[in-house]
Ligand binder design. Structure first.
Ligand SMILES: [Zn+2]
Length: 210
């Protein structure tokens, strides 16, 4: 009897790779999926689709091979500045791990240095490392905050993400214009006054949600 794909370990269903499936290339597997979606993988427009999807998925998940700590370590500077540093409206594109559909929006990052700052261009890079993985918005928000906290040990870090999820929008689960807001506050940003200062700077008028 064939091995069932879904087995149970401690009551939690887990998938085991099916016997022999590892022998197929990624492109062969995508071609098989096209067939299962009632498409013809041999028609002109789809002939190179498995190759394109393989490449695009490799790019969209390259964050698994990148080390967020190394990126920040390479760009830390000693300073005596101890006011809030804010980088806001950073574009973010990721894939939700539940549906593998995009969610996208803006990230706002703030921290209060404690002797060290991060080169400003490294913050968007850091966000990319976490966004180019299968994600949930809540976890990504925390990962960004924790990576900054660990790298420069500031007095505090705040991260807010506003995003729209195509898995909700395309399936009609959510109103087209609603967005999901998540936040992670560490250190000084747990205090109401600091948190409020950050949030009011992020919400300054003159910009829409996206
Ligand atoms: Zn989803």
């Amino acid at each position: 009897m064939a091995q069932p794909a879904l087995i149970h370990k401690n009551g939690i269903p887990r998938r085991e790779p099916k016997e022999g499936i590892a022998d197929y290339s990624t492109q062969e597997i995508y071609a098989e999926l096209l067939l299962r979606f009632h498409e013809d993988p041999n028609r002109d427009g789809l002939l190179k689709t498995p190759e394109r999807v393989e490449k695009s998925m490799a790019f969209l998940t390259e964050g698994y091979h990148q080390d967020p700590t190394a990126i920040l370590r390479g760009a830390m500077f000693d300073v005596e500045y101890d006011e809030m540093v804010i980088v806001k409206d950073i574009e973010m594109f990721s894939l939700c791990e539940h549906h593998m559909l995009p969610f996208f929006g803006r990230v706002h990052v703030a921290y209060i240095p404690n002797g060290k700052v991060i080169g400003l261009s490294k913050i968007p890079r850091l966000i990319e490392v976490f966004a180019r993985r299968l994600q949930v918005q809540e976890r990504m928000t925390q990962q960004i905050a924790d990576a900054i906290q660990d790298a420069i040990e500031p007095q505090g870090v705040g991260v807010v993400i506003e995003a729209r999820h195509l898995c909700m929008m395309m399936r009609g689960v959510e109103k087209q214009n609603s967005s999901t807001v998540t936040s992670a506050m560490r250190g000084a940003f747990s205090e109401q006054s600091t948190r409020s200062e950050f949030l009011s700077l992020v919400r300054e008028p003159g910009r829409g949600a996206f």
